[in-house]
Design a protein around this ligand. Structure first.
Ligand code: NAG
Ligand code: NAG
Ligand code: NAG
Ligand code: NAG
Ligand code: NAG
Length: 299
């Protein structure tokens, strides 16, 4: 910083003394910085009359030994000192000096550009179709310059967005960006972008399909098993019912005189009739074992 300052000062002085009149490009400063607008090498006493103005408004005026206006601070060499500069201090500074005879002995016009301090940027990683987009943020809206580093090497890119294709991107690659505003520069922390490329995406989709299919099959099998169970249950019940009907039907001839209706009732409410009416002896030993208990009861 200080080196920079002295360098600018020296360059300006050299220039000034060779030309007599000097118009410089902008002297860049950040808000809060100290700015020195150099005037010359001569001691202040050598200038019989010295004036400094900012954007045509006079801020310093010395004539002879009297300092008549001292809104600005001027050092022993006649240079203008601006402490803690704010943005309103930007603009054109003019210094003019005459000797006792009213002859011009030095004049200078200098531009001061006070900028917002540059803030530390951040690299935003955005995975795109065929690689990754890296964005340097936040950017100062003033004249800031972006540069990119890849693995500590200049990536030769100056756009706010750096596009890296997946073929250029190796795992472990580190990226960082630097923004500078003519005064200072600040760098973002390294980022290691990780984007699953399309192949991996396809694998993911494939695995998802496999899992979904397997799950679907499992559910289908479960459903079929349930269906079979239900069907078999029903079958068993129907079979049992049929067998009972069959048994009752074989018994019917003993009560041939009875009309159909009571018979139907009997079959529908077997249990009640079973317990109330003594059943006749079962026809044969090959009767189903289901009727075993009934047999016992009836004996
Ligand atoms: C005045 O200028 C001389 C020569 O450039 C330099 O060495 C000296 O430090 C200056 N004085 C001040 C007060 O800046
Ligand atoms: C100012 O003018 C007087 C007479 O014209 C002359 O003697 C003197 O040297 C001049 N001073 C300077 C600094 O040139
Ligand atoms: C990625 O960056 C390129 C180049 O700057 C741009 O054209 C493209 O739109 C960006 N993609 C996305 C998704 O932002
Ligand atoms: C920069 O942005 C700030 C707010 O973010 C705004 O106030 C200012 O006017 C902008 N400066 C320029 C030069 O665009
Ligand atoms: C950037 O450019 C320089 C010179 O042109 C070259 O040596 C360097 O390899 C480049 N860096 C990258 C990352 O391409």
């Amino acid at each position: 910083m200080l080196q920079n300052l002295t360098l600018t000062l020296l360059i300006n002085l050299t220039f000034m003394f060779s030309t007599g009149k000097f118009v410089s490009s902008c002297l860049y400063k950040e808000v809060g910085d100290k700015a020195v607008i150099p005037f010359g090498e001569e001691n202040l006493e050598k200038y019989y009359e010295l004036r400094w103005s900012h954007n045509e408004r006079r801020g310093y005026y010395k004539r002879g030994l009297h300092i008549k206006l001292n809104e600005f601070k001027v050092d022993q060499n006649g240079s203008l000192i601006l402490e803690n500069v704010q943005k309103d201090k930007s603009g054109e500074y003019k210094g003019i000096a005459y000797n006792e005879n009213g002859s011009l002995i030095n004049s200078i016009v200098h531009q001061l550009c006070v900028q917002e301090p540059v803030s530390e940027p951040m690299v935003i990683v955005m995975c795109v179709e065929k690689g990754v987009n890296l964005t340097c943020k936040p950017m100062n809206n003033e004249s800031t310059v972006v540069s990119w580093m890849k693995n500590g090497m200049n990536a030769n890119a100056t756009d706010a967005i750096l596009q890296v294709s997946s073929s250029e991107l190796n795992s472990g690659d580190k990226f960082s960006c630097t923004v500078s505003n003519n005064v200072k520069q600040k760098s973002a922390k390294d980022v290691e972008p990780v984007c699953s490329d399309t192949d991996e995406d396809m694998m993911d989709v494939w695995w998802m399909l496999v899992i979904l299919t397997a799950g679907g099959c499992f559910l289908l099998i479960l459903f079929i098993i349930c269906l079979v169970c239900v069907w078999r249950c029903r079958q068993n019940k129907r079979k049992a019912k049929k067998e009972e009907e069959y048994r009752l039907a074989t018994l019917m001839p003993d009560h041939t005189n009875q009309p159909d209706e009571p018979y139907m009732q009997q079959t529908t409410s077997q249990k009640a009739s079973k317990s109330q009416r003594p059943l006749p002896p079962l026809p044969t030993p090959q009767g189903p074992p289901y009727f075993g208990p009934l047999k016992e009861r009836n004996l």
